[in-house]
Design a protein around this ligand. Structure first.
Ligand code: B1M
Length: 224
């Protein structure tokens, strides 16, 4: 790969080189090439591209394309899973990168639910937007969400559910927050394929978002 710095006689060429690196990274993630995704993320950071730009314009943008292809039946579960592994490899390369945090978010997929592709996308986008993200993974109990939010002094709990049978755990988490007197102080945002705004209203969650990009906007608005 050509070096961004050595190819920098003008700002225009520098921007083109940055775009080329990010484009290669997106393509590597979309085709699920873990090695290349890792290598290109490392190279992009090494060339001085901001961690936030790598996450937003590289990693998250690639997963948005994967999501669209999946919805259009161009990709199926295996393609989704290998792209997700490549995404994880790329994200692992980001640990240790310093970004000024605009708030702390505790995120996870609710109890009984093992779906994490959408949740990882939301977590990556939030990280890219400047939040400190504490990712509890999948199968997260209401107690674990609340205890972690307390321990991390988080302003927001973000829950994902993909099964109609696990959505109830979101309600239990809101109730657990209330029982500790933390509702209002720790905001709650929910999402996932079966989740709706009316469900958020019903369980008195502070927000709902249909996709990862709007989850970031909602989180920013709630933590203002
Ligand atoms: Co499962 N699964 N699955 N599955 N699976 C669904 C969800 C299902 C709709 C398939 C179907 O029947 N058509 C169905 C649920 C039915 C229902 O309850 N309504 C289902 C089922 C039934 C099951 C099992 C029970 C199957 C079985 O074993 N009999 C089982 C349950 C396991 C468990 O969780 N306990 C199961 C297992 C699995 C796999 C392990 C094989 C795999 C998950 C792998 C993984 O995640 N690591 C899997 C997959 C891949 C799917 C489908 C095919 C794809 C889900 C996905 O990743 N989509 C799904 C069918 C489908 O959706 N067509 C299906 C892509 C992802 C980018 O979208 O997660 O929706 P999504 O995220 C979106 C938005 O929803 C939003 O942002 C993302 C986009 O930007 N979003 C948020 C998500 N979380 C958010 C949080 C927010 C805001 C927005 O704020 C906090």
């Amino acid at each position: 790969m050509p070096s961004v710095r050595t190819m920098k006689p003008s700002m225009h060429m520098y921007k083109e080189a940055v775009m080329a690196v990010l484009d290669d990274l997106r393509q590597a993630i979309i085709r699920g090439d873990q090695g290349k995704a890792k290598e290109l993320t490392k190279a992009a950071l090494g060339e001085g591209i901001a961690a936030k730009t790598v996450v937003v314009d590289g990693i998250s943008a690639a997963m948005e394309v994967v999501g669209e292809k999946f919805r259009a039946n161009e990709f199926f579960v295996p393609e989704l899973l290998i792209a997700q592994r490549a995404m994880k490899e790329a994200l692992n390369m980001m640990s240790g990168e310093s970004v000024d945090h605009i708030g702390t978010v505790v995120i996870g997929t609710v109890k009984g639910d093992l779906h994490d592709i959408g949740k990882n996308l939301v977590a990556a986008m939030m990280e890219g937007a400047g939040f400190k993200v504490v990712d509890l993974g999948v199968d997260v109990s209401p107690g674990k969400f609340v205890e972690t939010a307390k321990a991390e002094s988080a302003g927001l709990i973000a829950m994902s559910a993909l099964l109609t049978t696990t959505m109830g755990s979101m309600k239990d988490t809101v109730a657990a927050l209330s029982s500790q007197g933390l509702n209002g102080r720790v905001k709650v945002i929910i999402g996932g394929a079966p989740v709706t705004q009316s469900y958020a209203d019903e369980i008195e969650a502070d927000g709902y978002a249909p996709d990862a990009a709007s989850a970031v906007d909602k989180a920013k608005a709630l933590l203002k």
